[in-house]
Design a protein around this ligand. Structure first.
Ligand code: FES
Length: 157
């Protein structure tokens, strides 16, 4: 039996979405977002739970969740830093920013600090090219990055 279940708020939202979507499978992405916002990541238990609700298989849910890089399939730190690795940011010096973040946090991309405080990820264009180099910190975008700016942000967390 799955250990995961939607919170009351998410169950209510799920039931409401059911009335607006053409079929249960079309609720996969919104449901995955609800799970991620509830737990911070999407566990196997949560995928089994969702598969049952959507009347599909856990492997179908896994194949969708693993296709999108924005879904976390393992626990992440309190502060999730996602640094852009795409061209505009590269041209504006993101390599220095990326190296500095790895050194400062003592982890590589795709890793979480032992104290579960930080997770560092590299991602494709964040759509903030006008402020390159850019990153996101949880749900906030931060642009015009410099090493000084990174240090200030990390010092304040
Ligand atoms: S290339 Fe980095 S935000 Fe677009």
């Amino acid at each position: 039996m799955s250990k995961f279940e939607f919170s009351n708020k998410n169950e209510k939202k799920f039931q409401e979405l059911l009335t607006r979507y053409p079929n249960k499978m079309s609720l996969t992405l919104p449901s995955l977002w609800m799970i991620q916002y509830q737990e911070g990541w999407i566990s196997q238990d949560a995928m089994i739970y969702l598969a049952k609700k959507l009347e599909t298989t856990p492997i179908d849910i896994h194949s969708i969740a693993s296709f999108y890089t924005m879904f976390n399939l393992k626990p992440i730190g309190i502060h999730h830093i996602q640094v852009c690795k795409t061209l505009s940011c590269k041209l504006c010096g993101s390599e220095k920013i990326r190296s500095h973040l790895k050194n400062r946090l003592g982890i590589n991309f795709g890793e979480t600090t032992k104290d579960m405080k930080f997770t560092l990820s590299e991602v494709e264009c964040l759509g903030a090219c006008g402020e390159a180099p850019a990153m996101s910190l949880n749900d906030d975008y931060i642009g015009n990055l410099s090493i000084k700016k990174i240090d200030k942000i990390l010092d304040e967390l």
